[in-house]
Design a protein around this ligand. Structure first.
Ligand code: ATP
Ligand code: MG
Length: 471
């Protein structure tokens, strides 16, 4: 699967859209709102001025030329003070006074009542080249409107104010954008890159490269995820290695007896082995099939033991009695090799809590090994000792021993030391693996102490029965 940088691109796109949208909002909506507000505020203050002019001078203006002249002087003074053009215009549009010109003018469409507001933004009936804010206040006399005071100011300074305010918004936006960009940078380093590394690692694992290191070391959730994944991969790798080794061992152990059976049978059929010798070689063949049967049974057993949830039928039983019982079964084997078994058992009875059948199998496997790898005329010691709430069972021989570097390996499936290969051709190398599996299921341990050429001692632990007194 090709990894596209979609997550990253989506995020960058989102940032661009965010930037564009904020720009559009500021330049259109904000701009309009700011201008509307500035205009209204200015219009309100001009409205107050115009009301003052209308109420103070309104009636004088219509009282004759002399009064009108005095009013004009006043208007000019106010104009200078507030820098706005002040006009007085009749209801029919004829200009009566203007603080800035003396020319008579007529505004044909002049009708403030129709505007619906007390102010207007326009070029004032084509009087100006630019936009002007015009504010109206009626001059009333005997309950009727005679004319209007009109105060006008160019919109340009309002536009300038608006632009100043807008630029503040733009700068703020830019800072916010830069700030959020730093969030993106943090995201890149804290999330995006580690996730990419993890994805790469997962791909490598899928290809079977279990040693690949994702190289993500954060102490956060992502670092933890990477660590877990790496651990999982190494476990899978180990399991796969074990599986390969196991299959190699199984095939090897099945092949050698099959080869020899095949060889002997062929030799009998083609006459290489004369008929009078057949019986001898048939026994060899029988031995080999015995070995195959043993191997198969061992494998089946190991498989059923190690598949999780081995069913143990735990009971309290006398381990000393169990050991005596096992030893009896080895009597024939022992007398053949002139080996004697010495029992050094703690107390008359020693109750332990375990699966009796399986523990007997462990003892049998250890005793079988001790006999196999002992010299003729030697002694094997089986000992039980109590320590706290534990019982130690030891099977000790003075046989060929196990080389130091092999002691860890004897519990592995199919492992056999080079020393023992000549002595015991029938061994499958599964006996100790089965013993360890059984003890592990009990939550107990097995260990070996051995000196090459001197002898070996296998010791395992058991849990002492809790109600010893009652038994
Ligand atoms: P099986 O028990 O299936 O007949 P095995 O005895 O060869 O085969 P294990 O019981 O698992 O297999 O033992 C593994 C190997 O450990 C043996 O082949 C032998 O090399 C070594 N070993 C075990 N017990 C002893 C011992 N008491 N003295 C010396 N070597 C031993
Ligand atoms: Mg064995």
């Amino acid at each position: 699967m090709k990894l596209h940088r979609t997550l990253y691109i989506k995020l960058i796109l989102a940032y661009l859209v965010f930037f564009l949208l904020s720009f559009i909002i500021i330049s259109s909506v904000n701009s309009r709102m700011i201008l509307a507000d500035l205009t209204r505020t200015r219009a309100e203050s001009l409205y107050r001025e115009s009301r003052l002019v209308a109420t103070t001078y309104g009636n004088d203006i219509y009282k004759g030329m002399e009064a009108r002249q005095t009013a004009l002087e006043q208007l000019k003074a106010i104009d200078a003070y507030i820098s706005a053009d002040i006009r007085v215009i009749d209801v029919d549009g004829r200009q009566v006074l203007d603080s800035r010109s003396s020319g008579d003018m007529v505004f044909a469409d002049f009708d403030p009542a129709a505007i619906g507001s007390y102010y207007l933004v326009s070029n004032f009936y084509d009087t100006y080249d630019e936009d002007y804010l015009s504010v109206f206040y009626p001059i009333t006399s005997r309950y009727s409107v005679r004319g209007y005071v009109v105060i006008q100011m160019p919109m340009s300074d309002l536009y300038a104010s608006r632009d100043r305010l807008l630029s503040i918004s733009y700068i703020t936006m830019l800072f916010m954008y830069l700030f959020s960009l730093s969030v993106l940078v943090v995201f890149t380093f804290a999330v995006y890159r580690p996730v990419r590394h993890i994805t790469k690692a997962a791909e490598e694992y899928a290809r079977g490269n279990y040693d690949y290191d994702p190289d993500v070391h954060g102490r956060d959730e992502i670092g933890y995820l990477a660590g877990t994944l790496h651990y999982m991969a190494s476990e899978i790798g180990r399991a796969e290695d074990n599986q390969k080794k196991f299959i190699a061992n199984v095939s090897h152990d099945f092949r050698s007896p099959l080869t020899s059976i095949n060889g002997y049978l062929n030799a009998m059929i083609d006459g290489t082995i004369p008929p009078e010798m057949h019986e001898k070689y048939l026994h060899v063949v029988l031995n080999e099939t015995d070995r195959l049967t043993k191997l198969t049974n061992g494998l089946l057993e190991l498989n059923s033991l190690s598949s999780k949830g081995m069913v143990l039928s735990i009971s309290d039983f006398d381990i000393n009695a169990a050991i005596r019982q096992i030893c009896e079964t080895f009597e024939v084997l022992c007398s053949e090799k002139k080996i004697s078994i010495e029992l050094i058992l703690s107390g008359e009875k020693l109750f332990v809590s375990a699966d009796m059948g399986k523990i007997q199998q462990v003892i049998a496997n250890l005793t079988d090994n001790a006999i196999k790898f002992s010299h003729r005329n030697s002694i094997i010691k089986i000992e039980t000792t109590e320590k706290g709430d534990m019982v130690f069972v030891s099977v000790k021989d003075s046989g060929i021993g196990i080389p130091a570097d092999a002691q860890k390996l004897v519990f592995d499936r199919f492992y056999k030391t080079d020393l023992s290969r000549g002595k015991d051709k029938k061994g499958t190398g599964l006996g100790l693996a089965i013993a360890r599996e059984i003890l592990q299921a009990h939550g107990q341990n097995i260990n070996v102490i051995s000196t090459e050429g001197v002898g070996s001692e296998f010791i395992f632990t058991l849990a002492k029965s809790k109600n010893t007194e009652d038994e």
